[in-house]
Design a protein around this ligand. Sequence first.
Ligand code: SF4
Length: 227
Amino acid sequence: MADPRLVYERLYARFGPQHWWPADSPFEVIAGALLMAQTAWRNAEAAIANLKRAGLFDPHGLAKAPIQTIRRLVKPAGLYRSKPRRLKAFCEHLVRVADGDLTRFFARPFETVRAELLSLPGVGPETADSILLYAGNFPTFVVDAYTIRIGRRLGLFDEERYGAVKAYFESHVLRDLALFREYHALFVAHGKEICRPRPRCEACPVRDLCAYYTSLVRRRSVRHAQR
Ligand code: SF4
């Protein structure tokens, strides 16, 4: 079975540091995470730029702003109904529990903050963990569709459940904030460029560790021998 630490080293050597997250502040990281679902980062960025230009890009401003105003400004991010509501609900919550102060919000125990995030509209485990990892500085592993696809092909696990995949990495890789941030970003890079739905295995830096590739090579050699 592949060693997830070695997988990390190979991906890092191939793709280099990913410089996530492309944002100026923890609040921008959170807004980006809430606005990014089913769209590219540049669209979320355009929505954030509109909010900044309107002088509304802060928790108190967004908590008070009418939903119609937020809708108009975040339109480039798509999902016209749900995303503005998501952003406003997060800001209202932040103002309620920490007077809009993210340092205070994240100074509480990890489980408390995660449970609160998960109780908010439109915040699932992936978004909650992204916020906790990239804005809250908590070493929590973020799982997405790339993580599951790559991990299963490599033979690291035979799982699709979010919690089980997260637990796998958290128990097999050193629990380190910088490493968890980089590992997630590297999986995204690898899943976009090489380990796609139709994988480009010949270009893959971890193919010698990969169960999928091993069985592909075996099948090819059986076919060759049968000719
Ligand atoms: S060898 Fe192929 S299937 Fe395995 S991780 Fe690389 S690209 Fe994905």
